[in-house]
Design a protein around this ligand. Structure first.
Ligand code: FES
Ligand code: FES
Length: 227
């Protein structure tokens, strides 16, 4: 008596296929494990095809354009006033004031030392106050008056503090010097006592790896005496 057996599982399907094929009796197509795995492998290869294949398709150009637009979409407009000049920019909101000055505004006089607020090489003035520009986001300074080393003096028209650093050999490699000078200029308008120790205390956030400290203090004191 014929039984109306239905497969109970995929194992049953596979098991059914072989005797029926051998006997040539099968009327319904069956899915073999080998066929299933070969299709799966083909799909996997397609998914991991190298980008060069994707680039050959017209859709790649559209995708590239889309990602550029998406990148621009992550920026925000900001207007910064630096050394008396206004600059309208679009910036990633995570851009530090230091990177913005150096990378976006072509003002490399402000140096990146530690990038962590520990060395003072990046010191600039914001509304007359000295600030570590590596610790501040550029977008926070819309409307502020920002001054960099380029803004206080230029060759031929040096600020008295720049001239004093030259006169007293207040530097060796010079990497810390713009930060030192920006701090020293700020000290002129801060309530700092008259002694060398007072100057050292006021400038403690500016590190000089070359150890030019005695000459730096001499330069600062020379300007303070004339002020
Ligand atoms: S680079 Fe900003 S404090 Fe060192
Ligand atoms: S002069 Fe070289 S780090 Fe100060």
């Amino acid at each position: 008596m014929a039984t109306d057996r239905k497969p109970a599982s995929t194992t049953d399907l596979h098991e059914q296929e072989q005797p029926n094929d051998i006997g040539g009796q099968s009327q319904t197509p069956q899915i073999s494990r080998r066929f299933f795995l070969s299709q799966l492998g083909a799909a996997g290869l397609a998914a991991t095809a190298p980008p060069v294949l994707a680039a050959a398709t017209p859709g790649a150009a559209v995708a590239e354009q889309f990602s550029e637009t998406a990148a621009k979409a992550g920026t925000v407009p900001v207007t910064l006033k630096v050394n008396g000049k206004s600059h309208s920019l679009r910036l990633d909101p995570r851009t530090t004031l230091l990177d913005c000055l150096r990378e976006n505004m072509d003002l490399p006089g402000t140096k990146k030392g530690c990038d962590h607020g520990q060395c003072g090489a990046c010191t600039v003035h914001v509304n007359g106050q000295r600030v570590n520009s590596c610790l501040s986001f550029a977008v926070m300074h819309s409307g502020d008056e920002i001054t960099t080393i380029e803004g206080i003096g230029q060759p031929g028209h040096l600020h008295p503090m720049q001239a004093a650093f030259v006169e007293h050999d207040g530097y060796q490699c010079g990497y810390c010097t713009s930060g030192q000078i920006m701090s020293a200029v700020a000290v002129l308008s801060e309530h700092v006592g008259p002694s060398d120790d007072d100057v050292k205390q006021a400038m403690y956030g500016n590190i000089c790896r070359c150890g030019a400290y005695p000459n730096i203090v001499a330069a600062v004191q020379a300007v303070r005496r004339k002020a």
